[in-house]
Structure formats: C-alpha cells, structure tokens
Design a protein around this ligand. Structure first.
Ligand SMILES: *Cc1c(COP(=O)(O)O)cnc(C)c1O
Length: 491
C-alpha cells in the first residue's frame, strides 16, 4: 500500500513513512492509493477489527507486529472490554467513543498513535527519538499526553494557554506523571501556542540542533494518517453491533452522523464506506462555526468569517484540515487541482469546488448546524425522555440528526451518531442545559453535581483530579517557547 500527498502525485511513500512524517513535504496530507475491500462480520470483536484494518493499510508490518500494537492500544485498563459500545437513544444509535483514559473520542486514536509511530519510525529507518509538540485548547493535550506517557523513544511537550482552558482540563494535564511528558502553561492565547508550534516545526536551524541531539519532530494531530486509520475501526464495530442485535441484516445500509471540527472523525466514516461498509449517507454536524455546513450546501469553502466561542469548543474551527483529503477524493486524485484550491484558500481565504464535485458531495454528505438553544434543548429533552445525558458536542450531532430526519423523513435505516465526549467533561454546559444554576456551583464540584442530579457516575478519568499531585510546573511567555523546548530537550 502506497500513500500519496494530496498536493503532489510525485510524493509517494509507505504507510510507515506516512505515519512517521505526519505531514507530506510541501504541505499536503497523505492519502492511501486505494481502499482495500473489507466486509463487516458480526463475529469479530474490537481488537480483531483493529488488527484487520491496520493490517490492510500497513502491509509492510507483520501480523504479530500489528497484533502487539493493537493489544497495547486497546487493552483493558486503557478501555473497558468493549471500547465503543452502542446505545439506542431516542431514535438514534449512539456510538459512545469516550470510554478511554481522557473521556473524549480522541483516545480511540491517540492510544494507538504512539505505538504506531514508534513502530513506523523503526520500519521507515528513522533512528532518532521522536519529539511531539502539541498546542491544545483543552482536549487534545491530555489525550496526547495519556497516549505518549512512558512510550520509549518519544518525548511530548504540550503548550496550553494559561487561563484559557477549564480548571478540570488544566488539572488533567498538570497531574500527568511521566519522565517523557512536559506541560508548559503559556502566557498567551491558543493561537500564540499554535503559532509557536508551527514556527518551531519549520525552523531549519532548530531542526538541525535537534538532529544533532539525536531527535526529530513528528505530529500527533489529526493530519497524521496514524490518527485517521484507528477511527475507521469503530464504524465497523457499530455496524457489527447492529448485526448482533438483529437490527439490520448483512448488507443493509446505515446513516452515520458525526459532530465535526477538523473533519477527521467523519472522514474516517467516509473511508469505512469506501472499504465496503454499507453507508447510505454521512451527516456532518457543526455548531455556530458552520464553515462545513456551508461548503456542503454551496460548494464554496470560505473561512473569511467570525469565529464563535461555543459550548462545544472542540468543534470551534474555521479551517477543517482533513476536508482537504475529502476534496482530493472528490476530484479523483487530481493533486494539481487540490494544490490550486488550497493555494487559493491560503491566499484569498476561499475556494469553490467544481460543479461535478459538488454533485458527488451532495450524494454522500448532508450538513447541518445547531446553535446553542437547539443543543440545550437536545440535551434537556433526551434526558427528560430517556434519562440519557449527552455532552454538548454529541448534542450538536443529535440536534442535526433531528434536522436530517425532518428533511428526509425518518425511515427504517438506522442512524448511528458518534458520541465524542463524556458529559462529565463539560458539566457546566450540561447542567445549564438541564436548567441548573451553574454559577452557584464551584467549578470542580460541577461533575459531582451532574452525577447527583442525574443519578449517574462521574467518568473514571475525571474523578478525584483535585486530590492528585501536580507533577508539571513549567510556564513560559509566548515569546520564549523555542528556548523552552531547547531547555526541556537539552539541545
Ligand atoms: C476533536 C473533537 C471533535 C471534532 O472531531 P474532528 O475529527 O476534528 O471533526 C468533536 N467532539 C469532541 C469532543 C472532540 O474532542
């Protein structure tokens, strides 16, 4: 299996190299040359599915190597025996992707990526240690830390904006206890952190210093194919669960709805469809930041717009990086056309898809956006009807599912909704939606208040955080982050 850059057909590498590099030289993203056929099978459990699917894309790895990566990623301890159970709730099949160690769906891939990356670097002949730099606005930081903590041959440095994340998210990061993990509170905002990461990444002199110290950078964000591939697995797992429950017969189609930001999670569902999972339509859900809703409706990607801070912060994104991969497939792999569109996006902030591509997209994708009042109403009404508590990201998806069913009419085709976070990760918004006076509850008490109100249990990853010792104490000004990295890495 070869991987091409979305922007240059001449860049062609192995799967191991694609994962080791993260981003293709020249700014493109790596895409597989084809989609191997793979059929659902009710008899297969999650690790078996992961072994099969990883093996199809990483054919230079032996079955034993893949099995070891999968075992370490999804073993009990990281996840419950079923890492991604399905719950039938109020007309949709909710695929719970938040049972991992940081209570958000990013664990499904970030528990695997460090092992994939370590093995890929050896396979691709990279002999240096890997340094992962992450800028986070909250969720990605802890999920990446949890994945990379203690993984040999890697070091991870996370920047977060001081005062810019919730206390719960901050404590999740600061209580990380591992020799290879470093968390830096930055005097600056998230954009400052993100810009610093990009600048350090692209600094040739810094890379040389790093190489002299036996280290090199790679990427843990969702542009890495190593994060996309593990996400394909759970869509097959959902289908197999519907088969086992007798809700569908082999070959019956399903719809899949995904609350989207960077377009990574929904792209994995699209890839599952290309491999043979019977998918009728993909429903792309956005919050007030509706750049994806608009491009699906009009074919025009336009990031020149106001940015809204919402109750679903992990979807507050104006440039959905993985959409580039989708555009590449829509354009039948025409890398020159993709390069041209994305150069235009860079220069002018907008591009327009050709008519044929728009028609194709509209057959596969339906987009909707839900503002906070609809999201709050979704959380409240689903709780009232079913005693099921959704987090604000999942609730954006649920609200858009209702719009979708109102548009097309509900039919016998099951609608799978990806649930991307535990409600206990965002208790303030959930309590507010349920009509509670959040301001009267101290931030660190909100989780237990939600548990009490709904007779539920705080997610295990978020319990007793304020009792754990603080293991990280680095801070820095936004102007001195490169020196900080050099300090930490002794280069
Ligand atoms: C990252 C994230 C999303 C968005 O996923 P994409 O793959 O970026 O589209 C949605 N919900 C939660 C809770 C997230 O952490």
């Amino acid at each position: 299996m070869k991987f091409y850059s979305t922007r240059d057909k001449n860049i062609c590498v192995s799967g191991a190299e694609a994962i080791a590099l993260g981003l293709a030289p020249g700014g493109g993203l790596f895409v597989p040359e084809c989609f191997p056929a793979y059929a659902p099978d009710a008899a297969k459990d999650y690790p078996q599915l992961a072994r099969d699917i990883f093996g199809l894309y990483l054919d230079e790895f032996s079955a034993d190597e893949i099995a070891e990566i999968v075992r370490r990623s999804y073993q009990v301890g990281n996840f419950p025996a079923d890492p991604a159970p399905l719950a039938s709730v109020a007309g949709v099949e909710v695929l719970e992707l938040w049972h991992g160690p940081t209570a958000a769906f990013k664990d499904m891939a970030l528990q695997a990526l460090p092992h994939l990356l370590s093995a890929s670097r050896i396979k691709a002949g990279h002999d240096k240690d890997t340094v992962i730099l992450v800028a986070t606005s909250g969720d990605t930081g802890k999920a990446a830390l949890a994945g990379f903590a203690g993984v040999e041959g890697t070091q991870i440095i996370v920047f977060y904006p001081l005062g810019g994340v919730s206390r719960m998210q901050e404590l999740q990061m600061l209580t990380t206890d591992a020799d290879n993990a470093f968390v830096v509170g930055v005097h600056g905002n998230f954009d400052d952190c993100q810009r610093a990461v990009k600048t350090i990444f692209n600094d040739a002199a810094f890379r040389t210093r790093l190489a002299d110290g036996g280290k090199e950078f790679s990427s843990a964000n969702s542009i890495n194919f190593g994060r996309l591939m593990p996400q394909i697995v759970y869509y097959y797992h959902a289908y197999n669960q519907l088969l086992r429950a007798g809700k569908i017969k082999m070959g019956d189609k399903v719809d899949i709805a995904v609350p989207s930001g960077n377009f990574g999670n929904i792209l994995a569902a699209c890839y599952a469809g290309k491999m043979g999972l019977p998918v009728r339509r993909l429903v792309c859900a956005s919050n007030e930041n509706r750049v994806l809703t608009d491009v699906i409706a009009s074919g025009r990607y336009d990031r020149r717009r106001d940015f809204f801070t919402t109750a679903s912060p992990s979807m507050d994104i104006l440039v959905s990086s993985n959409f580039e991969r989708y555009v590449y497939h829509l354009l039948d792999g025409d890398t020159a056309a993709v390069a041209e569109l994305y150069a235009k996006l860079d220069a002018e902030g907008v591009f327009e898809l050709p008519a044929a591509a728009i028609a194709k997209m509209k057959e596969q994708l339906w987009g909707g956006c839900a503002p906070w009042d609809e999201v709050a109403e979704a959380i409240d009404s689903v709780y009232a009807a079913e005693h099921y508590v959704m987090d604000p990201h999942t609730a954006v998806g649920y609200a858009v599912c209702k719009q979708y069913q109102a548009t097309f009419g509900a039919d016998a085709t099951p609608l799978i909704l990806a649930s991307t976070a535990s409600p206990y990760k965002f208790p303030a918004a959930v309590l507010g939606a349920l009509g509670e006076d959040v301001a009267a509850i101290a931030e660190l008490e909100q989780g237990s208040a939600l548990a009490e109100l709904t007779a539920g249990e705080v997610h295990y990853a978020l319990r007793g955080l304020d009792q754990l010792p603080i293991c990280q104490d680095l801070t820095a000004d936004k102007s001195e982050l490169a020196e900080k990295v050099a300090d930490i890495l002794h280069v």
